[in-house]
Design a protein around this ligand. Structure first.
Ligand SMILES: NC(=O)c1ccc[n+]([C@@H]2O[C@H](COP(=O)([O-])OP(=O)(O)OC[C@H]3O[C@@H](n4cnc5c(N)ncnc54)[C@H](O)[C@@H]3O)[C@@H](O)[C@H]2O)c1
Length: 199
Protein backbone atom coordinates (compact mmCIF):
# COMPACT_ATOMS: atom_id res chain seq x y z
CA UNK A 1 0.00 0.00 0.00
CA UNK A 2 0.96 3.63 -0.45
CA UNK A 3 1.54 5.48 2.84
CA UNK A 4 0.53 8.78 1.23
CA UNK A 5 -3.02 7.55 0.47
CA UNK A 6 -5.45 7.80 3.39
CA UNK A 7 -7.78 5.06 2.08
CA UNK A 8 -4.93 2.59 1.70
CA UNK A 9 -3.51 3.26 5.17
CA UNK A 10 -6.98 2.97 6.74
CA UNK A 11 -7.51 -0.26 4.81
CA UNK A 12 -4.27 -1.77 6.15
CA UNK A 13 -5.17 -0.88 9.74
CA UNK A 14 -8.66 -2.36 9.31
CA UNK A 15 -7.20 -5.53 7.77
CA UNK A 16 -4.73 -5.95 10.66
CA UNK A 17 -7.44 -5.46 13.29
CA UNK A 18 -9.86 -7.84 11.58
CA UNK A 19 -7.15 -10.48 11.21
CA UNK A 20 -5.54 -10.25 14.66
CA UNK A 21 -8.36 -8.73 16.73
CA UNK A 22 -6.15 -5.93 18.04
CA UNK A 23 -3.29 -3.62 17.11
CA UNK A 24 -0.28 -3.18 19.40
CA UNK A 25 2.60 -1.86 17.28
CA UNK A 26 3.07 0.55 14.38
CA UNK A 27 6.45 1.24 12.80
CA UNK A 28 6.28 4.13 10.34
CA UNK A 29 9.34 3.26 8.27
CA UNK A 30 8.59 4.18 4.64
CA UNK A 31 10.70 7.06 3.42
CA UNK A 32 12.17 8.74 0.37
CA UNK A 33 15.16 10.98 -0.04
CA UNK A 34 16.10 13.81 -2.40
CA UNK A 35 19.51 15.29 -3.10
CA UNK A 36 18.82 18.70 -4.65
CA UNK A 37 19.19 22.41 -3.91
CA UNK A 38 16.15 24.61 -3.63
CA UNK A 39 16.27 26.00 -7.17
CA UNK A 40 16.33 22.55 -8.76
CA UNK A 41 13.62 21.20 -6.44
CA UNK A 42 10.24 21.17 -8.16
CA UNK A 43 6.91 21.42 -6.42
CA UNK A 44 6.39 17.73 -7.29
CA UNK A 45 9.71 16.85 -5.59
CA UNK A 46 8.72 18.80 -2.48
CA UNK A 47 5.28 17.16 -2.32
CA UNK A 48 6.75 13.67 -2.81
CA UNK A 49 9.32 14.10 -0.03
CA UNK A 50 6.92 15.73 2.43
CA UNK A 51 4.09 13.32 1.61
CA UNK A 52 6.15 10.16 1.93
CA UNK A 53 8.18 11.12 4.99
CA UNK A 54 5.73 13.25 6.97
CA UNK A 55 2.15 12.85 5.70
CA UNK A 56 2.66 9.07 5.72
CA UNK A 57 3.53 9.21 9.42
CA UNK A 58 0.50 11.43 10.08
CA UNK A 59 -1.81 8.96 8.32
CA UNK A 60 -0.25 5.92 10.00
CA UNK A 61 -0.73 7.46 13.44
CA UNK A 62 -4.20 8.85 12.64
CA UNK A 63 -5.72 5.48 11.77
CA UNK A 64 -3.73 3.37 14.23
CA UNK A 65 -4.30 5.33 17.43
CA UNK A 66 -8.06 4.59 17.67
CA UNK A 67 -7.34 0.87 17.22
CA UNK A 68 -4.61 1.01 19.90
CA UNK A 69 -6.98 2.81 22.27
CA UNK A 70 -9.42 -0.08 21.81
CA UNK A 71 -6.61 -2.54 22.62
CA UNK A 72 -5.77 -0.67 25.83
CA UNK A 73 -2.57 0.90 24.52
CA UNK A 74 0.29 0.36 22.11
CA UNK A 75 3.63 1.55 20.83
CA UNK A 76 4.38 3.64 17.75
CA UNK A 77 7.89 4.07 16.39
CA UNK A 78 8.46 6.67 13.70
CA UNK A 79 11.67 6.40 11.72
CA UNK A 80 12.97 9.96 11.50
CA UNK A 81 16.65 10.68 10.77
CA UNK A 82 19.67 12.48 12.09
CA UNK A 83 18.74 14.79 9.19
CA UNK A 84 15.78 15.89 11.33
CA UNK A 85 18.21 17.11 13.98
CA UNK A 86 20.95 18.61 11.80
CA UNK A 87 20.90 20.47 8.51
CA UNK A 88 22.53 18.68 5.59
CA UNK A 89 23.70 20.24 2.32
CA UNK A 90 21.36 19.62 -0.67
CA UNK A 91 18.92 17.85 1.63
CA UNK A 92 16.64 20.64 2.82
CA UNK A 93 13.32 19.00 1.86
CA UNK A 94 14.22 15.69 3.53
CA UNK A 95 15.59 17.52 6.61
CA UNK A 96 12.39 19.58 6.90
CA UNK A 97 10.22 16.46 6.64
CA UNK A 98 12.24 14.52 9.22
CA UNK A 99 12.31 17.48 11.63
CA UNK A 100 8.51 17.44 11.26
CA UNK A 101 8.43 13.75 12.16
CA UNK A 102 10.35 14.44 15.39
CA UNK A 103 7.96 17.17 16.53
CA UNK A 104 4.87 15.24 15.42
CA UNK A 105 6.19 12.39 17.61
CA UNK A 106 6.69 14.58 20.67
CA UNK A 107 3.29 16.28 20.36
CA UNK A 108 1.37 13.03 19.84
CA UNK A 109 3.20 11.50 22.82
CA UNK A 110 1.70 14.26 24.98
CA UNK A 111 -1.78 13.74 23.55
CA UNK A 112 -1.91 9.94 23.98
CA UNK A 113 0.26 9.07 26.99
CA UNK A 114 -2.79 8.79 29.27
CA UNK A 115 -4.19 6.17 26.87
CA UNK A 116 -1.08 4.04 27.37
CA UNK A 117 0.03 4.71 23.80
CA UNK A 118 3.77 5.36 23.70
CA UNK A 119 5.09 7.25 20.67
CA UNK A 120 8.82 7.53 20.01
CA UNK A 121 11.05 8.14 17.03
CA UNK A 122 14.48 6.96 15.95
CA UNK A 123 17.04 9.21 14.27
CA UNK A 124 19.37 6.90 12.33
CA UNK A 125 22.68 7.97 10.84
CA UNK A 126 23.88 6.37 7.61
CA UNK A 127 22.42 2.89 7.09
CA UNK A 128 23.51 0.47 4.38
CA UNK A 129 20.23 0.28 2.42
CA UNK A 130 19.15 1.12 -1.13
CA UNK A 131 18.38 4.68 0.09
CA UNK A 132 22.07 5.28 0.82
CA UNK A 133 22.66 4.01 -2.72
CA UNK A 134 20.64 6.96 -4.03
CA UNK A 135 23.10 9.37 -2.44
CA UNK A 136 26.38 7.53 -3.09
CA UNK A 137 27.59 4.50 -5.02
CA UNK A 138 27.55 1.88 -2.25
CA UNK A 139 29.72 -0.43 -4.37
CA UNK A 140 32.52 2.11 -4.33
CA UNK A 141 34.50 1.57 -1.08
CA UNK A 142 35.94 5.12 -1.30
CA UNK A 143 32.46 6.67 -1.30
CA UNK A 144 31.23 4.44 1.53
CA UNK A 145 34.39 5.33 3.47
CA UNK A 146 33.69 9.05 2.99
CA UNK A 147 30.24 8.67 4.60
CA UNK A 148 31.58 6.27 7.24
CA UNK A 149 34.15 8.86 8.36
CA UNK A 150 31.38 11.28 9.36
CA UNK A 151 30.37 8.83 12.10
CA UNK A 152 32.28 8.65 15.39
CA UNK A 153 32.21 4.84 15.05
CA UNK A 154 33.84 5.16 11.63
CA UNK A 155 31.23 3.10 9.80
CA UNK A 156 27.62 3.14 8.65
CA UNK A 157 24.94 0.95 10.27
CA UNK A 158 23.52 -2.38 9.17
CA UNK A 159 19.68 -2.17 8.93
CA UNK A 160 19.37 -4.65 11.82
CA UNK A 161 21.04 -2.14 14.15
CA UNK A 162 18.08 0.19 13.63
CA UNK A 163 15.52 -2.63 13.73
CA UNK A 164 16.80 -3.80 17.13
CA UNK A 165 16.20 -0.34 18.63
CA UNK A 166 12.67 -0.35 17.14
CA UNK A 167 12.06 -3.71 18.84
CA UNK A 168 13.38 -2.33 22.13
CA UNK A 169 11.09 0.72 21.91
CA UNK A 170 8.08 -1.58 21.36
CA UNK A 171 9.03 -3.88 24.23
CA UNK A 172 8.19 -3.68 27.95
CA UNK A 173 11.83 -2.72 28.57
CA UNK A 174 10.95 0.72 27.14
CA UNK A 175 7.72 1.02 29.16
CA UNK A 176 8.61 4.48 30.53
CA UNK A 177 9.75 5.91 27.19
CA UNK A 178 7.51 8.18 25.17
CA UNK A 179 8.13 11.32 23.15
CA UNK A 180 11.80 10.40 22.74
CA UNK A 181 13.93 11.05 19.67
CA UNK A 182 16.50 8.28 19.99
CA UNK A 183 19.67 8.86 17.99
CA UNK A 184 21.06 5.63 16.53
CA UNK A 185 23.61 7.41 14.45
CA UNK A 186 27.09 6.09 15.24
CA UNK A 187 27.79 9.46 16.87
CA UNK A 188 27.00 11.89 14.03
CA UNK A 189 24.86 14.14 16.22
CA UNK A 190 27.43 14.09 19.04
CA UNK A 191 29.46 16.75 17.25
CA UNK A 192 31.56 17.49 14.25
CA UNK A 193 34.24 14.93 13.38
CA UNK A 194 37.66 16.23 12.41
CA UNK A 195 40.88 17.34 13.97
CA UNK A 196 40.86 20.78 15.55
CA UNK A 197 44.43 20.77 16.94
CA UNK A 198 47.22 19.74 14.65
CA UNK A 199 49.87 19.29 17.38
N1 LIG B 1 19.42 4.61 4.79
C1 LIG B 1 19.78 5.63 5.56
O1 LIG B 1 20.96 6.04 5.58
C2 LIG B 1 18.76 6.30 6.45
C3 LIG B 1 19.21 7.23 7.39
C4 LIG B 1 18.30 7.84 8.23
C5 LIG B 1 16.96 7.52 8.14
N2 LIG B 1 16.53 6.63 7.20
C6 LIG B 1 15.10 6.35 7.17
O2 LIG B 1 14.90 4.98 7.35
C7 LIG B 1 13.65 4.59 6.77
C8 LIG B 1 13.88 3.36 5.91
O3 LIG B 1 14.65 3.76 4.80
P1 LIG B 1 15.70 2.80 4.07
O4 LIG B 1 17.05 3.29 4.36
O5 LIG B 1 15.37 1.37 4.34
O6 LIG B 1 15.37 3.24 2.59
P2 LIG B 1 14.91 2.37 1.34
O7 LIG B 1 14.80 3.35 0.20
O8 LIG B 1 15.81 1.23 1.21
O9 LIG B 1 13.48 1.89 1.78
C9 LIG B 1 12.39 2.76 1.86
C10 LIG B 1 11.14 1.95 1.68
O10 LIG B 1 10.02 2.84 1.70
C11 LIG B 1 9.12 2.39 0.72
N3 LIG B 1 8.27 3.52 0.29
C12 LIG B 1 8.65 4.67 -0.33
N4 LIG B 1 7.58 5.43 -0.60
C13 LIG B 1 6.50 4.73 -0.15
C14 LIG B 1 5.09 4.97 -0.14
N5 LIG B 1 4.58 6.11 -0.63
N6 LIG B 1 4.27 4.04 0.40
C15 LIG B 1 4.77 2.89 0.91
N7 LIG B 1 6.08 2.60 0.93
C16 LIG B 1 6.93 3.51 0.40
C17 LIG B 1 10.00 1.89 -0.42
O11 LIG B 1 9.27 1.03 -1.27
C18 LIG B 1 11.10 1.18 0.35
O12 LIG B 1 10.74 -0.15 0.60
C19 LIG B 1 13.17 5.81 5.98
O13 LIG B 1 12.20 6.50 6.73
C20 LIG B 1 14.44 6.65 5.84
O14 LIG B 1 14.15 8.02 5.65
C21 LIG B 1 17.40 6.00 6.36
Amino acid sequence: MDVTKADEVRGLVDAAVSRYGRLDILINNAGATLFKGIEETTEEDWNRILDTNLKGVFLGCKFTIPAMRQSGGGSIVNIASVAGLLGMPQHFAYCAAKAGVIHLTKSLALDHGRENIRINCICPGGVLTPMLGEVININDPMQVERVAKQHALGRVAEPEEIARVSLFLCSKDASFMTGAAVTVDGGIAAGRMGQVHSR
